[in-house]
Write a protein that binds this ligand. Structure first.
Ligand code: DON
Length: 305
């Protein structure tokens, strides 16, 4: 299996020069455009890897599936979806236009920035530090990696330059979607996006979702089954943003991308997949990573459809 993975990585390195590392968060310019790697964790406990799987990067938008699960467990399904919708978008992940024009001022879904910031406002905690600490503990448990922490430079860079996110958040405060202090909510969001991981960590987190919320290596249920199902469904419809439709047709797996270059893919009841490839396409998805997942899905017949 490692040979198959190395071969898939080798075949898809050619796409890397067609993309760009994210630069709108200045610190992300330091990402390695040439890196491409994959890690797989099966539900039977086998692990496989290929390419530059040891590359570190920040989790970015992939954190949105984790906070969505936590916010639903904190507040219940009904409350969370009274504030954030479940519908896909044809606009970019940080678009402002849908927020006022569609869905009665509610963000369209929890995967775009507006929806994810609203979700971060629902994470329980007396302070924003406590709310983030609960998110970090949850990510550590899902990945089985107690050493995970935030990349401070990326966090500061994002906090300094995140004015688009700030405007989305203040708009949502004006409409009542966000009820608490806007800067405190943004601090949780910027920190959750700055958690540093490898694709091994992503594959472990994905394996928990593949196993319907039970940690495969301990047998402990950490996410309710219904919540894991909701998160996976929203990954299919919204996880790759305005590229979600094409991704579903070509790859057919619940997945979530991040501008750090990661993709987390879930093969239900089989395996968790983590990919790194910081060179991004124009939608902000890893350009090589999408191709790698496509080849993997075809070779192993993984499409859920
Ligand atoms: O808020 C932002 O713009 C980033 N912290 C996260 C965006 C992101 O990862 C979009 N994903 N492809």
């Amino acid at each position: 299996m490692n040979e198959i993975l190395d071969e898939i990585i080798y075949e898809n390195r050619k796409y890397l020069c067609e993309g760009q590392v994210a630069s709108y968060i200045p610190e992300l310019k330091n990402g390695n455009k040439d890196a491409l790697g994959i890690y797989i964790t099966t539900l039977e406990g086998k692990e496989y890897f290929g390419g530059d799987y040891y590359t570190k990067f920040t989790i970015q938008s992939i954190s949105k599936i984790i906070t969505l699960a936590l916010a639903i467990m904190d507040n219940g399904i009904e409350y969370v979806f009274s504030k954030v919708g479940m519908e896909p978008t044809t606009e970019a992940f940080n678009s402002i236009v849908d927020l006022e024009m569609k869905n009665l001022n509610k963000p369209l879904n929890p995967m775009i920035n507006a929806g994810a910031i609203a979700i971060s406002s629902m994470i329980k905690g007396d302070t924003s530090e406590e709310a983030f600490s609960r998110v970090l503990d949850f990510v550590r448990k899902l990945s089985g990696n107690e050493e995970l922490d935030l990349n401070y430079n990326v966090y500061v860079s994002e906090k300094k330059t995140g004015n688009r996110n700030r405007s989305l958040a203040y708009f949502m405060k004006s409409t009542g979607v966000i009820e608490n202090d806007v800067e405190a909510v943004l601090d949780v969001y910027f920190k959750q996006c700055s958690i540093e991981v490898t694709c091994k960590d992503l594959s472990k987190i994905a394996a928990v979702f593949a196993n319907n919320g039970v940690i495969p290596w301990t047998g402990e249920r950490i996410i309710e089954k219904e919540v894991a199902q909701i998160v996976k469904t929203i990954m299919v419809t919204c996880g790759m943003y305005d590229g979600s439709g094409e991704f579903a047709v070509k790859i057919g797996l619940p997945a979530k991308s991040g501008v750090g270059g990661g993709i987390l893919g879930v093969s239900p009841n089989k395996m968790g997949i983590g990919i790194v490839g910081p060179s991004l396409d124009k939608r902000g998805n890893s350009i090589g990573g999408v191709e790698v997942l496509k080849d993997l899905s075809q070779k192993l017949d993984l499409s859920i459809f």
